[in-house]
Design a protein around this ligand. Structure first.
Ligand SMILES: NC(=O)c1ccc[n+]([C@@H]2O[C@H](COP(=O)([O-])OP(=O)(O)OC[C@H]3O[C@@H](n4cnc5c(N)ncnc54)[C@H](O)[C@@H]3O)[C@@H](O)[C@H]2O)c1
Length: 454
């Protein structure tokens, strides 16, 4: 089979599914994208990306034109047409913190009913260890007609929102959790053009297969959860250090710099702030805790990571109260609601909790974000008396007694700070992400507070 003969279905066209589908199309594969959200598919088929992610819409246009990508709501038909099915549906959390795998199960049942020849089912959604085994059991139990062969593989996704396409084309590692040579070879074949290109252009001595980690499905699943739990741990660690810096007059940015230069530690994810959010770290950490607890493993380390993160919101609110004293009747301008820059995703964003708490304490809140306002508005609806979404940071500053930075968008660094200050009632700024240089903000006439810095 050459590239044109292999059809790949990507089921679930979200933040992972779309970059995956279009990345695979760019590598030369014929890709069918399937999602049961009709509105989403309609927009994608019209060339419009339903969420903000740099670089994806351009590839969407290109591969709708090249006919290497097509979007459909007909998941069963896509499954039937495909040789390889990448499952990229959501794995949200249940009330007890464990992963809700109902979307994965429903796709597994569709696959069972549409087996019409050998198919490779690739679990890309972040799932608890042994989910691949459950998918296999479900397909075996529900498959109809002739007993066609199939394989299950786990190919966890490590891309980051905001740089999803770049991450797809420059993976640190490609993890393949497989249980047959056939599935390993098929996945290697799919990724070969990417690995080849990387080996030729990356400027590192890594060969074509050096980034590939081949293991069994359960290990691949556990690896993904462990990776996210470790990243969460780094953030909570530096946040705890930030609190210590604040209490002692030390500077957490300097501490983090010194720590990060140690190659055994590494500098990434050592930025103190208002805590982590998004669709990965909080829910994957909780799911990992649940898995460990079920297995009788001591997960107190992970529970501490979660507790420190949850306490960030309280700590920031405490800082706000220290600065403005009584929030009631005050106007607070918020800069940034997205859980991080370069995305419009507000899932589990600490900003939303802070906005709700400020409102419940009687403050008026004026919110700006370059991309995430529409998504935020659905969670914390506008209220002309107390919660306003603003078209510009300056608008958010109008009459404010305090500005709070909650997402470190680069464009906030280009703000005309004296102009911002002029618009405010009182020139107070709390930088919940340590975005600004304290000297610059103070020189612009602000009383400035940040996280873990003198
Ligand atoms: N967002 C990230 O940065 C990221 C990174 C790595 C891994 N992951 C993991 O990847 C998975 C997907 O995350 P996401 O952020 O893309 O989620 P998402 O909510 O953006 O997308 C999931 C998509 O699946 C669709 N869907 C749900 N049930 C379906 C069904 N039965 N049939 C067809 N489509 C269905 C939804 O309509 C939605 O479009 C999750 O397991 C997540 O933990 C996410």
């Amino acid at each position: 089979m050459d590239n044109a003969e292999l059809t790949i279905a990507v089921v679930g066209l979200g933040h992972v599914g779309m970059p995956t589908a279009l990345g695979l199309a760019e590598l030369g594969w014929r890709v069918l994208g399937a999602d049961d959200d009709a509105d989403k598919v309609r927009r994608i088929a019209a060339g419009e990306l339903p969420f903000y992610e740099p670089g994806v819409e351009a590839l969407l246009g290109r591969h709708l034109d090249s006919s290497r990508f097509r979007a459909t709501t007909d998941v069963p038909a896509a499954v039937e047409a495909a040789d390889v099915i990448f499952v990229c549906v959501g794995t949200p959390q249940r009330d007890d913190g464990s992963a809700d795998l109902s979307q994965v199960e429903s796709v597994a049942r569709i696959i069972a009913q549409r087996l019409n020849g050998y198919k490779l089912v690739v679990e890309k959604s972040t799932s608890p260890v042994r989910t691949a085994a459950q998918i296999k059991r479900t397909i075996l139990r529900h498959r109809t007609g002739t007993n066609h062969e199939f394989d299950i593989a786990v190919n966890p996704e490590f891309l980051r929102e905001g740089s999803a396409m770049r991450d797809f084309f420059n993976p640190d590692r490609v993890v393949l959790g497989v249980e047959s040579e056939r599935s390993r070879d098929l996945l290697l074949r799919i990724y070969r053009p990417l690995l080849q290109r990387l080996a030729e252009t990356s400027g590192t001595p890594l060969g074509v297969d050096d980034r590939v980690v081949v293991t069994d499905p359960a290990t691949a699943e556990l690896m993904k959860h462990a990776a996210n739990a470790f990243l969460a741990m780094k953030i909570s660690f530096i946040n705890m250090v930030a609190d210590l810096c604040e209490a002692t007059g030390a500077d957490v940015t300097q501490v983090a710099r010194g720590l990060g230069q140690d190659p055994r530690i590494g500098g990434a994810f050592l930025r103190a702030g208002a805590g982590f959010g998004g669709y990965c770290l909080p829910k994957d950490l909780r799911a990992f805790i649940q898995i460990g607890a079920q297995q009788g493993v001591d997960v107190s380390l992970l529970r501490a990571v979660e507790q420190i993160n949850e306490a960030r919101v309280d700590r920031l609110l405490h800082k706000i109260r220290q600065v403005v004293w009584i929030p009631r009747g005050k106007t607070v301008g918020i800069l940034g609601v997205a859980f991080k820059p370069m995305t419009d995703d507000v899932r589990e964003a600490p900003s939303l909790k802070i906005i709700k708490r400020l409102r419940s304490e009687g403050a008026k809140v004026r919110v700006h974000d370059p991309q995430a306002v529409d998504n935020a508005r659905r969670v914390v609806p506008e209220d002309p008396d107390g919660l306003v979404f603003c078209a510009s940071p300056y608008d958010a500053a109008a009459g404010a007694h305090l500005m709070v930075v909650l997402t470190e968008w680069k464009e906030y660094l280009e703000l005309d700070l004296p102009r911002l200050r002029e618009l405010m009632e009182v020139p107070l700024l709390i930088d919940g992400r340590n975005l600004f240089d304290p000297a610059v903000v103070r020189a612009a006439g602000f009383e400035y507070y940040s996280i873990g810095r003198p």
